[in-house]
Design a protein around this ligand. Sequence first.
Ligand SMILES: [Zn+2]
Ligand SMILES: [Zn+2]
Length: 396
Amino acid sequence: MSTNHKPLSKKQLEETLIQYRHHFHEYPELANREFKTTETIKAILTKWGIKLLPTNLKTGVFAEIGTNVGPTVALRADIDALPIQEESGVPFSSKVPGVMHACGHDTHIASLLGGAYLLKQLEASLPGKVRLLFQLSEEDKEGALQVINDGQLKGVNAIIGFHNTPHQPIGHVGLRSGITTGAIDKFKVTLTGVGTHASAPQNGEDPIAALGYEITELQSLISRELDPFKAAVLSITHLSAGNTWNVIPSIAFFEGTVRTADKNVRQEIKDRFFKIVNYTALAHNVKADINWYAGDPSVDNDPTLTKIVKDETAKFAPIYVQEQQLGSDDFSCYQDIIPGVYANIGNGGQVSLHNSHFTASDHLLIVGATFFEKNAVRLLKDLKTNHQRVNNNDSL
Ligand SMILES: [Zn+2]
Ligand SMILES: [Zn+2]
């Protein structure tokens, strides 16, 4: 920012962030197509004198604050919207038909901008550097990996971020050490038998009968094999086979998803899935082709960092213990490489994320901005004094 201007008061900053948030909400963009959003964020950061970092990605913005040698802490906000027609009725509703910030990522962008503004004021005294990651394509679950492959995590020692959350009072911060969200896996299975006349099943191998057994057997995996104190969900969500009443088809197909919290349970379920599907197919004389797609791991908050963030956050906001849930966030991809903390901040709304009636209060923005600012400073100080935690990851 220009030294000729007086810095914004907290109230003025809040008003500015609300304006920015309304703008992003009115002009939402889908994953990997966040072109205007990217330009707007760049323009704001440049206006404030914040240094942009080079990138090979077409969308997303990466920037850095800090001039002193020391550790680096990354702050992440996701920036993409969803293919949903907005029905919330707020005065700043989406002006783009069929696209809506129904996950509230507009509040994340504005909060990180606010954090950046506050940290820029402190730049000369920061005991290290703050990396800003305005991440593309969270909803497609591929943005974090693009950011990592683009080298934006190079030299970063720790990362923090947050998601706005309904059903919690505005500005209350949820934190939990360890696993907070689920890992995602997806499967597709094709069963191949031998088609025949419906009146003469003995002349073929019926994949539909086999499919019925597959569904039953797979449900017993969760109910009969999983430790009741461990969480997992296996949902079969799509079936297809045959196209008329008097022909046994040669092929049947099903697909679905597995959500798990624990890493070992995730592997165990995958192993057992393959065995059950293959042996059930064998028992029915059909062949099973399984395609397994491993998605993001669980969000897994570093216990030491979570303790520090909890202590710092309690100074400016009410905190609560975040509940575990089997949704997902690709923030977990960063935590696979460096320690991190992902919090929730209450948005005061009663409607779930990804719903066309979703709303989030403007009042969480200044809390989000403060969350980024205060915790970045605190973590830099802690990392600087505790050399053991400063592991140089320049190889990334
Ligand atoms: Zn979402
Ligand atoms: Zn989201």
